[in-house]
Design a protein around this ligand. Structure first.
Ligand code: SF4
Ligand code: SF4
Length: 182
């Protein structure tokens, strides 16, 4: 069909990057803050994730399930601060170190089948080559990073004195990165 292309992102204004909350794991955060020499407290925003399927990957703060998201630009509540607009084009400003979520979006895998997950945000149609191992490797790496993240969530969530505020949570994340634990 004519509207299926291999890389439709190159013709898109970065709609997903501009409109979604870009949730990240602690491995993504470590990669970004080390490469850009940015403080954790400037990079991250608080995102309440009520989805029960995400619960192993959330930090509890004052009885709320908190995920880490990239701090939106300007006054926006969603969207990515690293999206670069050049004329009508949109490009990722940190492409080589972009978060795992960005690497696999908008694909999903069920058992061994990778498919394009149609969403209200992304109307593009991707051609998925079933014999391409690259996307499988990216999804494996993505899952491995989230498994590491889940370990830190468990550590935080089983230590009640740490729970009081999002700022304390960011201290915990920064400390783990500074200590080379991630
Ligand atoms: S994934 Fe979809 S919405 Fe996001 S940049 Fe690519 S085409 Fe655009
Ligand atoms: S890091 Fe790059 S790919 Fe990911 S949301 Fe931001 S601009 Fe888009």
């Amino acid at each position: 069909m004519s509207d299926i292309t291999v890389t439709p992102c190159s013709d898109c204004a970065g709609v997903c990057c501009d409109t979604l909350a870009i949730t990240v794991n602690i491995v993504d955060v470590a990669r970004i803050v080390r490469a850009l020499h940015l403080p954790v407290h400037e990079v991250l925003a608080r995102y309440i994730d009520e989805d029960p399927r995400e619960q192993p990957y959330v930090f509890w703060v004052r009885k709320q399930p908190v995920a880490l998201a990239l701090n939106p630009p300007g006054e926006k509540t969603c969207g990515c601060p690293f999206l670069m607009k050049v004329g009508d084009e949109a490009r990722c400003g940190i492409y080589e170190i972009r978060p795992g979520t960005c690497r696999v979006y908008p694909f999903s895998r069920q058992k061994t089948r990778v498919y394009h997950k149609r969403t209200a945000i992304c109307h593009a149609r991707f051609k998925v080559d079933p014999g391409d191992e690259t996307i499988h490797r990216m999804i494996d790496d993505y899952q491995a990073d989230w498994d590491i993240h889940a370990g830190f969530c468990e550590e935080w969530n089983t230590d009640p004195p740490r729970h009081p505020s999002f700022d304390k949570l960011l201290d915990f994340v920064a400390e783990a990165i500074d200590d080379g634990r991630v």
